[in-house]
Design a protein around this ligand. Structure first.
Ligand SMILES: [Zn+2]
Ligand SMILES: [Zn+2]
Length: 480
């Protein structure tokens, strides 16, 4: 049984449903929709993908609406054909997260048995208020007692903007503290409550990841999932925020956690540390527990997986990278590029941020094979990893600004597009016109979860890192 429940839908689907359910005369209406499950380590998310709006004769409206059996039968046969779950949605004239009336409870309770029997997935119930706020719940099977309502921690609408509607009961609004007063006065308490409660996954706690973490902790974010299997090495110390010489050999996630706790302005930050790669099942599932992911990795395979998450699992990913250039052995320039990916944004594959051939090379373990790397030219992309603290800190700052605009839309902008800083001539370019290529496989799988494939498996780089850490530990024990 999952510890937590959530619902996510693409903005395009949300627009269709709201357009039908929210009526100018404030009368209630209803609809069904189909969903696919997304299984994280602790969270089950219903990915709503297909609205099945009622047609004439499917329902009666009389203040509050009720549906006819033929409508539910039609929904059942579509759900069976698509091997999908069933969601029942209705509207209320009120605003904010909605509670349920006795009629609501009876209607959903009645549907929950038939739905589970047919689809083997729990019924999902949603209510939308007149202000567009979604609230949601799952009806899970409890032995003998029948079905029980489990409220969602949040309902997320993902597109050009990320709207997350939280249950104030399961995710209480952050208590105002003078510690983050200057931050809150910039965007207001409501935006702050929506930002601070997002569960943020940071994939890679190197230079960029450590600075993203610092920024979020200072602003009052409460919920972190830190993913990295690597330990601090001497060559990290010129860029790794919070790391000291005595940290060499410690896991980067342990150093990051210490730094977040030092800087946090939230009263009780919750930090999950995952010493695995996003390509290994524990890392993959922990990633699927998040509301937003920062891709702070410099490898093709995690980018490929995160790109899949952004579309198939509706978790927006903020990705960036630094590319330093040399000419005849001399520094000749540097660019850093960043982008938010997910529905209504161009994907990392279409933007050329990773290459499928490189993903295959990484899966084979060649990027961790010294003899393979030795055979490559010195300026090969697999061998380039030059970086300097201000490159990374500027990139990290721009990435956090993309999150703020995505979630709040403050000053009327929610999407900065693909941004690229060019050291020569010192200019930040923004491209808001890019879209995916017409035959993009990622955008064709929006809200499909892992129906077609799951992308976890072995990660040779992570296995080698853990073996190295174990042998370092036993060496230091022997010398002690
Ligand atoms: Zn109701
Ligand atoms: Zn694409």
């Amino acid at each position: 049984m999952p510890k937590e429940f959530s619902i996510a839908m693409p903005q395009s689907v949300g627009d269709v449903l709201r357009g039908h359910l929210i009526r100018d005369d404030y009368e209630e209406d209803l609809s069904f929709a189909l969903w696919t499950p997304s299984y994280g380590s602790n969270r089950l998310t219903a990915l709503i993908h297909s609205p099945i709006l009622p047609t004439e004769g499917d329902r009666q409206r009389h203040g509050n609406a009720s549906f006819n059996p033929q409508y539910f039968e039609r929904v059942c046969s579509l759900a069976l054909r698509e091997a999908a779950g069933i969601a029942f949605l209705h509207s209320h004239p009120g605003s904010g997260w909605q509670d349920m009336s006795r009629d609501d409870l009876n209607a959903e309770l009645k549907l929950s048995g038939a739905t589970m029997g047919l689809t083997d997935l729990p019924l999902v119930g949603l209510t939308v208020g007149h202000d567009g706020t979604w609230s949601g719940r799952f009806w899970t099977h409890v032995h003998a007692k029948g079905y029980e309502r489990k409220w969602c921690r949040n309902v997320r609408v993902v597109g050009g903007r990320l709207q997350a509607f939280f249950s104030d009961q399961l995710a209480p609004k952050p208590e105002f503290r003078n510690l983050f007063k200057r931050t809150v006065t910039v965007w207001g308490e409501e935006n702050h409550a929506n930002l601070a409660r997002l569960r943020i996954g940071i994939v890679g706690l190197g230079s960029v990841g450590s600075m993203v973490a610092e920024s979020l902790a200072r602003m009052g974010f409460e919920n972190f999932v830190l993913l990295d299997f690597d330990e601090v090495q001497p060559h990290n110390l010129d860029r790794l925020l919070g790391a000291m010489e005595k940290d060499i050999g410690k896991l980067k996630i342990d150093v990051a956690e210490r730094q977040i706790r030092r800087s946090a302005t939230a009263r009780h930050p919750v930090i999950a540390k995952i010493p695995f790669s996003i390509a290994e099942e524990p890392g993959y599932r922990a990633g699927l527990d998040c509301d937003v992911l920062f891709s702070c990795v410099d490898r093709p395979r995690p980018r490929y997986i995160l790109n899949h998450f952004a579309y198939s699992h509706l978790i927006p990913v903020i990705d960036g990278g630094v590319a330093v250039r040399f000419k005849g052995g001399e520094f000749s320039g540097v660019d850093w590029q960043l982008q938010t990916v997910g529905p209504d944004h161009p994907c990392l594959s279409c933007l050329g941020a990773f290459d499928m051939g490189d993903v295959a090379t990484e899966v084979e373990g060649k990027l961790d094979d010294p003899s393979y790397l030795q055979g490559l030219a010195n300026d090969h992309r697999f061998k380039r990893n030059e970086n300097v603290f201000p490159f990374s800190s500027n990139l990290a700052s721009l990435e956090v600004l993309q999150l703020i605009s995505l979630s709040t839309g403050i000053a009327g902008i929610s999407d900065f597009g693909v941004q690229r800083f060019r050291y020569l001539p010192g200019i930040l370019d923004a491209d808001t016109e890019r879209t995916c290529l017409r035959d993009c496989e990622f955008t064709s799988m929006i809200a499909q979860g892992d129906r077609h494939f799951a992308l976890f498996g072995r990660d040779i780089g992570a296995e080698l890192a853990r073996a190295r850490q174990t042998s370092n530990k036993s060496k230091s024990k022997r010398s002690a």
